[in-house]
Design a protein around this ligand. Structure first.
Ligand code: NAP
Length: 275
């Protein structure tokens, strides 16, 4: 079934909701938008969106309802009054949350005859609709097959399983990787800055190329079991991490800025202890 002409209602016009609606309009989709605080539709209406004055009106617009609100509580608060109108239909929830929240949301919606396709947006507003953007979805495969062609303009749809919690799980886990990298990069720059180094040159000539070189090792080498490659020297790594923590203190940086180094040291000590 070709569903690409189906109407889409976007609940939430924060930075992400506006980006999603814009990408869908650019692709010629019929879009209805709603936001709790009126007046946030910006130029979306001029670009062809219909602005609903209530969640009920947005849901009644028909087609697929997509929530992109602040958090799980805001999704429940917004949808509770309109569940009877959604009964027999589906919600695509692109609001960030935990796996448990997604599973519980699926259960709560299910009690009211509403099916959930849970999502995790692997993009930021400026990259929505670009080649790099992808969206994780979990829930019933037939629901994904219906929604994916419709929502494809926002980012490459990637189904990660029937379990409603998996999109959120993978999203949270991937964000953990990103924030770890961000914390590391922020600490690296602070260290260079604190000791009088040339931050711009360091970022351009050292940090960027170094992180690019290491990324495949970090992703490929990450393991949950105790196995490590034969040539991996955890004791040496642990000593190096202790030196990095000492350098942090020498530079006068707060210990809190080096939490990622302490986490890595904990991992190395476990590896040493495991032999
Ligand atoms: N921005 C990103 O880079 C990014 C990336 C990936 C995923 N996400 C996820 O996308 C979701 C939206 O992010 P955003 O960047 O658009 O956030 P945002 O700019 O802060 O917008 C939040 C939206 O939630 C609405 N909202 C908040 N509390 C509400 C409530 N109790 N009832 C109804 N609506 C409520 C706000 O409405 P009002 O205007 O009325 O306050 C607004 O539309 C979040 O779950 C975020 O984690 C964002």
């Amino acid at each position: 079934m070709d569903t690409r002409n189906e109407r889409i209602s976007i609940l939430g016009l924060g930075a992400m909701g506006r980006a999603l609606a814009g990408a869908l309009l650019d692709a010629g989709r019929e879009v209805t938008v709603w936001n709790r605080t009126p007046g946030r539709a910006g130029d979306l209406v001029a670009r062809g969106a219909r602005e609903a004055s209530s969640v009920a009106e947005a849901v009644e617009a028909g087609g697929l309802t997509v929530a992109v609100l602040l958090d799980d509580a805001s999704v429940r608060e917004s949808l509770a009054p309109v569940l009877p109108k959604l009964a027999g239909g589906a919600l695509v929830n692109l609001t960030s949350g935990s796996a448990r929240q997604a599973r519980e949301l699926a259960g709560w919606l299910g009690e009211h005859g509403v099916r959930l396709l849970a999502g995790g947006i692997m993009a930021v507003p400026p990259t929505i609709g670009t080649d790099g953007a992808f969206i994780l979805y979990s829930g019933a495969r037939d629901l994904f097959d219906r929604a994916a062609p419709l929502l494809e303009p926002i980012g490459r749809p990637q189904w990660v399983g029937e379990d409603a919690g998996f999109a959120a799980l993978y999203d949270m886990a991937a964000l953990s990787g990103m924030y770890g990298m961000g914390a590391g990069a922020g600490h690296a720059v602070a260290l260079v800055h604190a000791e009088g180094g040339d931050v711009a040159a360091f970022k351009r000539d050292v940090l960027g190329p170094w992180m690019e070189q290491m990324l495949p090792f970090m992703v490929g080498g990450a393991a949950v079991d105790e196995s490590v490659p034969d040539d991996f020297n955890a004791a040496m790594q642990a000593t190096g991490l202790e030196t990095m923590l000492a350098a942090t203190a020498e530079a006068g940086l707060p210990a809190e800025s080096a939490g990622h180094l302490r986490a890595a040291l904990w991992e190395m000590r476990r590896a040493v202890a495991a032999g």
